[in-house]
Design a protein. Structure first.
Length: 213
């Protein structure tokens, strides 16, 4: 398993190179992006982030004071904007209650504790929490998603019924704990899943991993 996972990463990286995730100007922007990207495309998230930047609202204190309805209108392009506005507000309450609205203070918390805390925030599930931990705070944890599950199951490396913890454990047990590699690996799997290993009509014959089939 270890060799197979390492070979998949090497192959994808040799084909596509670094993916430059997560595109953001600050830790707080990464956190916002992780919440906004739930159930939508990154292009829609970029529009919402740009809308907030235009109002100089990529700022925890300003967003904390902003009425939820106003926030919802500004992130409309991200879809499910009322739900996501509520989730951002829930995160902000946690952020100020536990860390005084300071990302530097939050980043000093140990990985297990911070992950448990994030999962207590309404609307933040494992994938969002782990994206925040890995890409915002550079904590060594592997992010998995539906693309990861599809790719590994199609290559016989995981059962179709595998759940999030089991899937994550496959990577965490078999790869060296490395923030940069974890971040690149996840990004490369997302690209593979979106462009080749599609749910319907996968492009298996031209997939970079065709030799691994």
């Amino acid at each position: 398993m270890k060799r197979k996972l390492e070979n998949i990463f090497k192959r994808l990286y040799s084909v596509w190179g670094p993916q430059y995730w997560w595109p953001a100007d600050s830790i707080f922007e990464v956190i916002l992006g992780a919440i906004l990207t739930q159930n939508t495309s990154w292009s829609n998230v970029e529009k919402a982030i740009s809308s907030l930047k235009a109002k100089k609202l990529i700022n925890a204190a300003k967003l904390y004071r902003l009425p939820q309805s106003k926030l919802a209108s500004l992130i409309r392009s991200a879809g499910y904007y009322n739900i996501k506005a509520a989730r951002i507000k829930s995160f902000l309450k946690f952020f100020f209650d536990h860390y005084a609205g300071k990302t530097k203070l939050m980043g000093k918390q140990d990985l297990p504790t911070l992950r448990a805390q994030l999962l207590e925030v309404k609307g933040i599930g494992p994938e969002t929490a782990d994206s925040i931990l890995l890409y915002a705070f550079k904590k060594p944890i592997f992010v998995v998603d539906t693309y990861t599950k599809r790719i590994l199951s199609r290559h016989g490396l995981a059962e179709v019924e595998v759940d999030y913890p089991q899937l994550q454990d496959i990577f965490m047990r078999n790869l060296k704990s490395n923030v940069e590699m974890f971040g690149e690996y996840h990004a490369l799997l997302v690209k593979l899943g979106k462009d080749y290993c599609r749910k319907r009509n996968p492009k298996c014959e031209i997939c970079p991993l065709s030799a691994f089939a």
